[in-house]
Design a protein around this ligand. Structure first.
Ligand code: AMP
Length: 191
């Protein structure tokens, strides 16, 4: 099984690259951001509960996202593997993912970290905001999402580096070139 965590700050291109990765390697793909937006669009209890947090650029609780992932991992254990985008986003989530994977007998193959400079990130997100319809793609909320990233998500880099799972990838440039960099790393992980 190939179990990949695609890591990076908001606007790093995780969603874009995920589409290529999941196709090429036939992985079960889960973006916690997409899953949460679906809940909001459907107006479920969970969607209502998380809406103000997401619209304000705050992370939702670890328990909520881990439970969403757990249900989907359980339902896809017979596949080729998993691709997570935007999860885990805190050290606590990463610890809970480790416990969950232990329970299911799974291993993380690698963490792919897309590296993009702050200027490019902001530019990309403002551009996306023109068409995404996302309430959190405006400059003030984008700023707050970066603060959340720096405070709560960035420490995961050290967490995974210690476990020898971290792989850095140049996340600027042409989409095809970035994907090529990703594929090179994945081929090493498969050995
Ligand atoms: P994204 O689409 O990955 O940018 O996520 C959009 C928003 O969903 C984030 O700003 C958070 O409010 C929420 N979210 C997505 N994934 C997570 C996660 N793993 N933990 C906490 N909040 C999350």
């Amino acid at each position: 099984m190939l179990n990949i965590i695609l890591f990076g700050p908001p606007g790093a291109g995780k969603g874009t690259q995920s589409k290529f990765i999941k196709e090429k390697y036939s992985l079960a793909y889960f973006s916690t951001g997409d899953l949460l937006r679906e809940e909001m669009a459907q107006g479920t209890e969970l969607g209502k509960k998380v809406k103000s947090l997401i619209d304000g650029g705050n992370l939702v609780s670890d328990e909520i996202v881990v439970e969403m992932i757990r249900q989907r991992v359980k339902a896809n254990l017979s596949g080729n593997g998993f691709l997570f985008d935007g999860f885990p986003r805190t050290v606590r989530q990463a610890e809970m993912l480790d416990e969950m994977f232990d329970e299911f007998g799974l291993k993380i193959s690698g963490v792919l970290s897309l590296e993009v400079s702050q200027d490019v990130l902001v530019e990309r997100m403002i551009e996306r905001g023109k068409t995404s319809g996302r309430a959190d793609d405006n400059i003030d909320t984008i700023r707050h999402r970066f603060e959340e990233y720096d405070a709560k998500t960035k420490p995961l880099l050290g967490f995974y580096e210690k476990k020898n799972l971290l792989n850095n990838i140049q996340g600027e440039g042409k989409i095809e070139d970035i994907f090529e960099g990703i594929c090179k790393i994945i081929s090493k992980l498969q050995k």
